[in-house]
Design a protein around this ligand. Structure first.
Ligand code: F6P
Length: 347
């Protein structure tokens, strides 16, 4: 079979390891692997390049994606969809192996369901918010970087008797903020699943101040909702990506919260926005292994003709789930989990 491989959406750690494993496993079936550059853009433009062992062998410790990525949505314009379908045929592809999150796999699911294009998916996202898989690769590496940053911020906060706000990525789901806050012993956290309550935060932080803790760390997801910010947001024109998502970096949760903490607590405050730093660098062993297992499984699914499926982690098993079941519903942090960890923050 001739398999076109692509990586779409925001990049994350583990992509290169999944590509490497898929190419290696494909050799066992004599499949021909070709790369589609920059996500679905590669199919829209019909540009492929050969992917062999020499291209991927050394990728085990490399961040980023050899295939490059974009947020191209072929369903956005009729001519792009037509071009994608034509290119699939013209290039002699038998299947598209798409590595992506909800948007990228949503396209794979629709192409399969509505246009009978044989597609198979591999879940990835540092946000860990894709359904039907316990974890996505990229998440563990992102948390590792964020915890390292948080530990460093605590050192400087302690030296200067300051509060520091750390803003991390997470549009709809607060997994990265939650795990980072727990693992770094933060003093408070904000996630998109729980409306931002500044009064409660101030009350909790004041308790700490009263018992002599003059410094601290607040971790916040970029997508947290605050009434004050939402009102200001409504008046602004929002920049959107190809899938219609607001580009959040302009929202400024970090500076907003730093100002609020300073005002309410009367302590000096600083903020740091981690942003894309957590998406690069060498992946953690957990992500390298998860990505490799998923890459192997995806090629096995293709070889068995199980199109319209995604390789997935359930418990410690790598299994298969229908793409349709995985896309369109964000895996957010359950309230019960948030409540479970709250005792670490309200003392
Ligand atoms: O991959 C998802 C994500 O990490 C979001 O948390 C974030 O809002 C977005 O990517 C930003 O990515 P980019 O700047 O590459 O569009």
């Amino acid at each position: 079979m001739k398999i076109g491989v692509l990586t779409g959406g925001g990049d994350c750690c583990g992509l290169n390891q999944a590509i490497r494993a898929a190419v290696m496993r494909a050799m066992d079936f004599n499949h021909e692997m070709v790369g589609l550059r920059e996500g679905w853009k590669g199919l829209v433009e019909g540009l492929t390049f050969p992917l062999g062992l020499d291209d991927v062998e050394g990728l085990i410790d490399k961040g980023g994606t050899l295939l490059e990525s974009s947020r191209t949505n072929p369903f956005k314009k009729e001519e792009d969809l037509r071009a994608s379908l034509e290119n699939f045929k013209r290039l002699g592809l038998d299947c598209v192996l798409a590595l992506g999150g909800d948007d990228t796999l949503g396209v794979a699911s629709r192409l399969f369901k509505e246009y009978q294009v044989p597609t198979v998916g591999v879940p990835k996202t540092m946000d860990n918010d894709l359904s039907e898989t316990d974890y996505t690769f990229g998440f563990d590496s992102a948390v590792a970087v964020a915890v390292d940053a948080a530990d460093r911020l605590k050192d400087t906060a302690r030296s200067h008797r300051r509060y520091v706000v750390l803003e991390v990525m997470g549009r709809h789901a607060g997994w990265v903020a939650l795990w980072t806050a727990v693992a770094s012993g933060a003093d408070w956290l904000f996630i998109p699943e729980v409306p931002g309550d500044l009064q409660t935060m101030a009350a909790q932080l004041k308790k700490k101040l009263a018992r002599g803790k003059h410094w601290g760390l607040v971790v916040a997801s970029e997508g947290t909702h605050f009434e004050a910010l939402n009102a200001a947001d409504e008046t602004k024109e929002k920049a959107l990506d190809a899938f219609g998502h607001e580009i959040l970096r302009e929202r400024g949760i970090g500076p907003f919260l730093a100002e609020e903490v300073e005002k309410r607590m009367e302590v000096e405050t600083r903020f740091a926005v981690l942003g894309h730093i957590v998406r690069g660098g060498s992946p953690t062993p957990f992500d390298r292994i998860l990505a490799s297992r998923l890459g192997i499984k995806a090629v096995e699914l293709i070889s068995e003709g199980r199109f319209g499926h995604m390789a997935s982690l359930k418990g410690n098993e790598i299994t298969a789930v229908p793409l349709e079941a995985a896309v369109g519903k964000t895996k957010t942090v359950p309230l019960a989990l948030y409540e479970e960890i709250l005792p670490l923050f309200d003392k």
